[in-house]
Write a protein that binds this ligand. Structure first.
Ligand code: RIB
Length: 311
């Protein structure tokens, strides 16, 4: 993987911002296991790693590694996890002016990764629970610069709703990733352009099985989203916008670790939308970035840089 040199990092830092990500930062404690333990079972893990994570930070790093000018609004704690949790944000050149340090623990995720790449995650929010309306007011200058605002649901939902309203008001496109799965207010859904969900999250919002892709994306638009993308893992993605319904395939690769693949998709999608791509074209690019990410361990540490070849 090719990290940018000092000159490229300085050039990016001096530039304005295309994408604002408001969201979570976690330290991921990743345990490699042959399979996931059953309730009540003790299992011997193979290896353990402390890696940077959090859906918001993952999405910011994904977009920045691909060349996006990204600013991040969020919070870490005052414990020993704050440094490791933000190391890749710094390395990718994300603007951290609005990353607050609040007393207490940094967000922590315990991730088990089984053979075949499937993961199971438990998240303790820590400082992410402190990302509030005041954090957004402090970052007011960013809303006028960015063309895309990326949001997920690992910070208080009231903050997500306020950020979406602010962004929409200032003319930024709201990319809402409704993860982890949760119900959404109609007001928030109505600002999503696109709403990005996986199958599980889509099912919760719809209140029934997806049925055909056409029916599922149409159902989410009926609920109020301006446009929709449903990610389908190795089966690619389906979506719907003003131009109608579409689907894109995913490159077939061998999965080592699927942690953060959805975040790689969202970060890449944000970047492509910020540079003016149509939603379907942006999703095609994002499926390739997500496919690249599952081939390596970890979330941020697995994301491709701008000049890396994609599958
Ligand atoms: O989407 C993957 C992320 O979910 C992990 O990095 C973990 O921190 C949790 O937030």
């Amino acid at each position: 993987m090719t990290a940018p040199d000092r000159a490229e990092r300085a050039e990016r830092a001096a530039a304005e911002v295309d994408i604002v990500v408001v969201g979570s930062v976690n330290a991921d404690l990743v345990v490699e296991v042959p399979r996931h333990p059953a309730p009540g079972e003790t299992l011997t893990g193979r290896d353990v790693h402390l890696l940077p994570g959090g859906k918001g930070a993952n999405q910011a790093v994904a977009a920045a590694r691909l060349g996006g000018r990204v600013a991040f609004v969020g919070a870490v704690g005052t414990d020993e996890y704050a440094g490791p949790a933000t190391a890749e944000l710094e390395r990718a050149g994300v603007d951290l002016t609005h990353l607050r340090r609040v007393p207490g623990p940094t967000g922590l995720a315990v991730v088990t990764v089984a053979d075949g790449g499937e993961n199971a995650i438990v998240v303790v929010p820590g400082a992410n629970a402190e990302v509030d309306a005041a954090s957004l007011d402090d970052a007011a200058g960013l809303w006028a610069q960015a063309s895309v605002c990326v949001l997920q649901l690992e910070i208080p939902h009231a903050t997500v709703a306020r950020a979406a309203a602010l962004a929409d008001d200032r003319g930024a496109r709201v990319l809402l990733n409704a993860a982890p799965a949760a119900e959404l207010s109609p007001d928030l859904l109505a600002l999503a352009d696109p709403l990005v969900v996986n199958e599980h999250e889509a099912r919760l919002l719809l209140g029934h099985d997806l049925g055909s892709p056409d029916r599922a994306t149409a159902g989410l638009v009926v609920l109020g989203a301006r446009s929709v993308v449903i990610t389908l893992g190795p089966a690619g993605a389906v979506g719907r916008d003003a131009g109608g319904a579409w689907s894109v395939p995913a490159p077939q690769v061998r999965a080592r670790d699927t942690t953060g693949a959805g975040d790689a998709f969202v970060g890449a999608l944000a970047l492509a939308l910020a540079r003016g791509d149509r939603l379907a074209d942006a999703a095609r690019f994002a499926t390739s970035v997500a496919a690249a990410s599952v081939q390596r361990l970890g979330a941020q540490t697995s994301y491709p840089w701008r000049h890396d070849p994609l599958p």
